[in-house]
Ligand binder design. Structure first.
Ligand code: ADP
Length: 395
């Protein structure tokens, strides 16, 4: 195992930092998580190169800078990263690809906090901490939104007055771009079909989104100006009637803030089942005869299938569907439920092959006579961020 010229990948949240140090070939990596930053019990859970684990408390209630000082010092200091790739959630319409960070780029990322108030300030804090501690290290921002900047206007515009778009950048942006880019590219490597490929990627984790990708370009995606739009998720409602805000306010007196919390944190699988946002718990409850769990699972599958069928309209040709994310990668029962809705597309799948795809397995489960392919591809956002970081820097 060698870790020469590694890239450090950082995903900075408001109270956490996920990090991965990745070798040039992407095969070797050291990973960890700093959590509870800002609290007295701030700590780092770190996995060494040999797989052994350590947990360290961070003194001074652990702001981002304190945590990164320890991570880049005693934990990975000996490996000397050549660059840092940051996951940045919102790139607005300014950033259409991964971008080397300088003062101007950082300022734009901070400005875009108006579109991603929870995420962009935390991403910026991580960038500033590296600037302070290791000013010589080149940094690159990889935006969740950038991959979707190839969407045509008829997919990214909302049907609302155009001044809102022209003056205030109100449009659909989409998220999970790094994941959609990675798995669609990987599917094109794996298929035996020649020519250009049209994929519909279903990224199904706690957050869920579907994307239509043709010849490596995103043509439509289900999340919008925020990650609430589109599919039903763990705790997010996905699509609802946009008048719901006004109605809930009028009839129940809920404030805009309360409705936002309700739709983002108390809805989705959790809201419908009343049990859990975790697919595994719902599948168990369904087997135990809980009808709310059954309905939550049926709604989840039906809504994913509706998006898949809808996105056939976006693609010049359809090669297949790719499943990824915790549910997409592991949930064979849910995949089967979704694919069963696609019969009018000529979809046929192999039940035994589907059941074998979980816990990091990569493979297909369509039958030889299916009109479209079905792939399960574990996502690897860290690898994709490291790859794009090196491409931008010419390393
Ligand atoms: P995040 O979006 O937070 O990164 P993940 O991609 O890890 O989330 O996905 C979490 C989801 O994956 C949860 O709903 C979890 O229940 C689901 N999941 C994990 N393992 C399985 C499994 N074996 N079967 C079904 N669902 C699973």
């Amino acid at each position: 195992m060698s870790l020469q010229n590694p890239t450090l990948v950082l995903n900075c949240g408001s109270s956490s930092i996920k990090y991965a140090l990745i070798s040039e070939d992407g095969e070797t990596r050291i990973e960890g998580l700093a959590e509870a930053l800002g609290n007295a019990d701030a700590r780092i859970k770190h996995k060494n190169l040999d797989g052994s684990k350590v947990e360290i408390n961070i003194p001074n209630s652990g702001a981002h800078t304190e945590a990164l000082k320890i991570i880049l010092g005693e934990l990975i200091g000996e490996y000397k990263p050549v660059a840092v790739g940051h996951r940045v959630v919102h790139g607005g319409d300014k950033f259409t690809k991964a971008t080397k960070i300088n003062a101007e780029v950082l300022a734009h990322i901070e400005e875009l906090a108006s579109l991603a108030p929870l995420h962009n300030p935390a991403n910026a804090a991580g960038i500033k901490a590296i600037n302070e501690l290791f000013p010589q290290l080149p940094q690159v921002a990889i935006f969740d939104t950038a991959f979707h900047q190839t969407m045509p206007a008829h997919a990214y515009r909302y049907a609302i007055p155009k001044a809102l778009y022209e003056e205030h950048h109100i449009r659909r942006y989409g998220f999970h771009g790094t994941s959609h880019a990675y798995v669609s590219n990987r599917a094109s490597q794996l298929t035996t079909k020649d020519g250009k490929h049209g994929w519909i990627v279903a990224h199904l984790g706690n957050g869920c989104s579907a994307t239509a990708v043709y010849d490596g370009q995103s043509l439509d995606t289900s999340m919008g100006i925020t990650p609430l739009e589109g599919l039903m998720m763990g705790t997010r409602s996905g699509d609802v009637d946009p008048s719901l805000h006004a109605l809930l306010n009028r009839t129940l007196g809920l404030s805009i803030g309360e409705i936002d919390t309700l739709l983002n944190k108390q809805s989705g699988l959790l809201g419908v089942s009343g049990i859990s946002n975790d697919m595994r718990n719902l599948e168990q409850a369904d087997k135990d005869g809980n009808q709310d769990a059954t309905l939550a699972l049926d709604m989840f599958a039906y809504r994913v299938a509706k998006y898949i069928l809808g996105y056939t309209a976006a693609l010049p040709e359809l090669t297949g569907v790719v499943f990824t994310g915790g549910i997409g990668e592991n949930g064979a029962e849910m995949r089967a439920k979704i694919v069963t809705h696609l019969k009018h597309l000529g979809a046929k799948f192999d039940t035994a092959k589907n059941a074998q795809l979980f816990r990091g397995a990569e493979g297909s489960f369509h039958t030889a006579d299916s009109a479209l392919e079905f792939w399960v591809i574990p996502t690897d956002e860290e690898y994709q961020i490291a790859k794009e970081t090196k491409e931008v820097l010419g390393l």
